[in-house]
Design a binder for this molecule. Structure first.
Ligand SMILES: Nc1ncnc2c1ncn2[C@@H]1O[C@H](COP(=O)(O)OP(=O)(O)O)[C@@H](O)[C@H]1O
Ligand SMILES: N[C@@H](CCC(=O)OP(=O)(O)O)C(=O)O
Length: 374
């Protein structure tokens, strides 16, 4: 497809994600020889004017080797400790390998909360933009030491997609241990066929994508979700084999390598992408059929009168899910009222808000500028 080809051959901003399954020599530390190959290609791209942001996994694996562990631990604190030990090794390895090309690296560790908080999100975006102007390759990973299970990205595919949204990347390249997305998991189906191209939002992709291997976290399922998220900033996603020779340079030259997932929607505004990227909701608003129609078909704000039930604990300004009567999540947005206030004014018309609460902040429960339909 022409659009995908242009994002790859002419795009000025790429997010490249290298997964755990690829970075390690079958669990035994970092595969420095291979990393050197990707570094060389990324350095050449940067010198040709493509801003590269690298999302690299591998901290836990590198930490395990440094600590002399052969088995991946199960406990959260040991995994976090291994990540803390391994992250320095990971960045040191990249720094040493980029240095001969006159490039430095910058360590960027992010959590889900950093990207949910509007101020920190904007700060992160400004910093990454500033780094792009420099002879520097930012290296992003999840800040594993401080996250708990409930708030983890867990896999770096999702993180890669949110970073692609953050910088409005032309392309998100997910390098992994398979040559791309197959119509069934090739580990268990030797006859599986490679899918060369598809629309990022094609619902059929979900059924072919299975889970990850013993080193990777998310498998293809999270890569498909990442492609969907990335499409919101008009970003093309490529899932490709990191062991394919010169994979990045060949993609830049316009070769059909791996699976190309092409957005089939117009990019949404940066603010709405930020909203859509929220993974944790603080509460839920169940709305009636009339309100669903107003949101889905007319791009309207959500008024308290259309809300049937409120659940969860949220404050004004926090992100909530909007659910229709059948239980389907149709939108999310920032609430203008807390959960307690919302439960008092739901089902009421605008005039009644003042009577019930004694004050009125806004007539809308969620203003359309702070609402994204999913
Ligand atoms: N339909 C599919 N096509 C290709 N690979 C698949 C598919 N379904 C599941 N997989 C598995 O996903 C794995 C890659 O994901 P993962 O292990 O998380 O790696 P990474 O660390 O690169 O993200 C592959 O090794 C493969 O076995
Ligand atoms: N943050 C973790 C990586 C998580 C992970 O393995 O993700 P993925 O490569 O997407 O399977 C680490 O650096 O070890």
């Amino acid at each position: 497809m022409e659009r995908a080809r242009l994002s790859l051959t002419k795009g000025q901003r790429w997010v490249v994600k290298i997964g755990s399954a690829l970075l390690t020599n079958d669990g035994a530390g970092l595969d420095v020889k291979r990393i050197q190959g990707w570094v060389q290609q990324m350095a050449e791209l940067k010198q040709a004017g493509v801003d590269i942001i690298l999302v690299s996994s591998g901290a836990v694996a590198a930490g395990m080797t440094r600590l002399g562990w052969s088995e991946r631990p199960d406990s959260m604190e040991l995994l976090q400790a291994a990540a803390a030990v391994g992250q320095t090794k990971l960045v040191q390895t990249y720094e040493d390998l980029f240095q001969p090309f006159g490039l430095h690296t910058a360590q960027v560790l992010l959590t889900h909360e950093d990207l949910s908080d509007r101020k920190r999100y904007l700060n992160g975006r400004n910093t990454l933009r500033a780094l792009q102007e420099m002879p520097v390759i930012p290296i992003v990973n999840e800040n594993d030491t401080v996250v708990t299970d409930e708030i983890r990205f867990g896999d770096n595919d999702t993180l890669g997609a949110l970073v692609a949204n953050l910088v409005e990347a032309d392309a998100l390249i997910l390098l992994t241990d398979q040559d791309g997305l197959y119509d069934a998991d090739p580990r268990s189906n030797p006859d599986a066929q490679l899918i060369a191209t598809a629309k990022s939002n094609d619902p059929r992709l979900v059924s072919v994508a299975g889970g990850g291997g013993k080193l990777g976290r998310g498998g293809m399922a999270t890569k498909i979700r990442a492609a969907r998220l990335a499409s919101r900033s008009g970003t093309v996603t490529v899932i490709a084999g990191g062991r394919i020779e010169n994979v990045l340079s060949r993609l830049r030259a316009g070769e059909q390598v791996g699976t190309h997932l092409v957005p089939d929607m117009e990019p949404i505004t940066a603010r709405k992408q930020w909203l859509a990227g929220h993974l944790q909701m603080k509460g839920e608003l169940v709305i009636d059929a009339g309100a669903s129609k107003a949101l889905l078909n007319k791009g309207k704000s959500l008024l308290p009168v259309g809300v049937k039930a409120v659940s969860g604990r949220f404050q004004r300004g926090e992100c909530v899910a909007v659910v229709d009567e059948s239980g389907r999540v149709i939108a999310r947005g920032l609430a203008n009222y807390s959960a307690l206030e919302a439960s008092k004014i739901c089902g009421r018309n605008t005039q009644q808000i003042q009577q019930v609460l004694g004050y009125i902040s806004e007539p809308e429960l969620i203003h359309r500028d702070n609402l994204v339909v999913l």
